[in-house]
Write a new protein. Structure first.
Length: 482
């Protein structure tokens, strides 16, 4: 049986969409913000010979090394390939968000701020912004030093203190701008701004990656390579279907509200439900896990420049980076196991933040609601905690499966097909981000359309009520005249 919202959604028409002026403005603002983001991708850092950098970026012979750079470049929206002002992307903001949320379990002050409502959340967001700037400056300094010692080529025109300061200010400013842009999209546009920026970067890389794949097949086509590409596409399509099915699935916990009396009115009891999603954490665990795994590898790709240093300490750090890059690079089993482990951890961690059984039970008790067959209070908390734990186990297994299976298929195909580089956006994390963000975007568009339709129905009812009152007044006047 379809719900009222689904029945209302089936009656949508282009006339309803054309009347939704607020939705039009939000869509145009979102589109304009994404266009600004894409323009910034092609603005290079000052003081860099960009042509030499692009040649060095794509000139590696190691396919795993290239896959690693592609993965870093993918979530940066192509900014790393162009060495643009957005090269850090929103990674510092995501890292700061992870740290502040982890600190909630350690620092009671952060937990208290989170429970203070909107004012506390604004303060927590301010702390996250400050930490974002600090992380961005630190990472920008590392990139400036690595560019000055880039292996094999001379990229920096005039290195030194001025170049480092300029690079730090430029890259940190680009990250702060993207953070502000994402917040503006969330507030004045459609969808989650940060997720949409990552989504735009992945989608923008699709045409070029598909074209490169077709060129590689055309130059050296074989039955094995064609079969490998078909396998990847079939697995990716199956993952899309699975993601859509699970993201829409939920466990409905029945809630009963008893009858009550307010003044002279008697209100009958009502039955409602708490929708508990199988994957309450959404796409956040995949983004967090990819960020944590990718950022150390970004430094590890430049380990050769440090290992050749005359300084013993720097040489040791470079050797450690080279070891890490060799064992935890994209396409290797240790990398995949580490990625899956972080996905599972952040699924449990973020679900505990999103849904608190104690707060839910407390709210139910305040409003007089209860779960049939379960006593209010501690038993309700224990009942909700059991359901949440079971759903989280299923959700974590689902996310780990979605992240791992396409990656495994991609590695198998590339290892058995010489010269075939499968596009990185067909990996599990990329598919999960694209599908989940698309579902959230469509849901918010439908919500605005439903609000518009409700407003139009309310206006019609008000107009019909006014018309009836006019008819009543006119009929009374005519009776008096007679």
């Amino acid at each position: 049986m379809t719900s009222a919202a689904e029945q209302l959604a089936q009656n949508f028409s282009w006339s309803t969409f054309s009347k939704a002026r607020d939705l039009h403005q939000r869509l145009l603002f979102t589109l304009g913000a994404l266009v600004v983001f894409r323009f910034g991708i092609f603005i290079p850092l000052p003081g860099i010979d960009i042509e030499i950098y692009k040649a060095a970026f794509g000139g590696g012979d190691d396919s795993a090394f290239q896959a690693l750079l592609q993965q870093i470049n993918l979530f940066a929206g192509g900014a790393l390939e162009n060495l643009s002002i957005f090269s850090l992307s929103i990674f510092p903001y995501i890292s700061a968000s992870i740290i502040t949320q982890l600190m909630r379990t350690v620092i009671p002050e952060f937990e208290r701020l989170q429970k203070e409502g909107e004012a506390g959340r604004r303060k927590m967001n301010q702390y996250t912004r400050y930490l974002t700037v600090f992380i961005a400056l630190f990472q920008a300094l590392g990139i400036a030093l690595l560019l000055e010692n880039f292996p094999g080529v001379d990229l920096v025109m005039n290195g030194g203190f001025i170049f480092r300061i300029t690079t730090m200010v430029t890259l940190a400013g680009g990250t702060v701008f993207l953070m502000w842009l994402g917040e503006q999209i969330t507030a004045r546009g459609i969808g989650n701004g940060i997720s949409l920026l990552i989504f735009a970067g992945i989608v923008a890389s699709m045409p070029g990656a598909l074209w490169s794949l077709l060129i590689s097949l055309r130059e050296d086509a074989s039955a094995l390579q064609a079969l490998g590409v078909m396998l990847i596409l079939i697995v990716s399509l199956a993952m899309v279907v699975l993601i859509v099915y699970v993201e829409r699935a939920q466990r409905k916990v029945t809630i009963q509200y008893p009858s009550r009396t307010a003044g002279n009115k008697q209100f009958q009891g009502q039955t409602s439900f708490i929708p508990m999603k199988i994957n309450a954490a959404g796409v956040i665990p995949a983004i967090f896990a990819s960020t944590i795994v990718t950022l150390p590898l970004l430094g590890a790709t430049f380990g050769d420049s440090l290992s050749d240093s005359s300084n013993v300490a720097l040489a040791g750090i470079g050797a450690g980076m080279n070891w890490f890059a060799a064992n935890f690079r994209a396409g290797e089993w240790p990398y995949l196991l580490l990625l899956v482990s972080f996905v599972v951890f952040f699924t449990f961690f973020y679900t505990a933040i999103v849904f608190n059984p104690e707060d839910t039970a407390k709210n139910l008790k305040e409003y007089g609601g209860f779960i049939p067959g379960v006593r209010p209070g501690k038993q309700t908390v224990a009942y909700l905690d059991i359901i949440l734990s079971r759903l989280t186990v299923i959700g974590a297994s689902y996310l780990a499966f979605v992240v791992a299976v396409p990656e495994v298929a991609r590695v198998i195909v590339q290892s058995n097909s010489t010269g075939l580089i499968v596009p990185i956006f067909l990996g599990g994390t990329s598919l999960l981000i694209m599908v989940t963000v698309s579902i959230d975007f469509v849901s918010q568009v439908q919500t605005h359309l439903m609000a518009q339709q409700y407003e139009s129905l309310l206006k019609r009812s008000q107009q019909s009520g006014k018309a009836k009152r006019r008819d009543t007044k006119s009929s009374r006047r005519s009776r008096r005249i007679k």
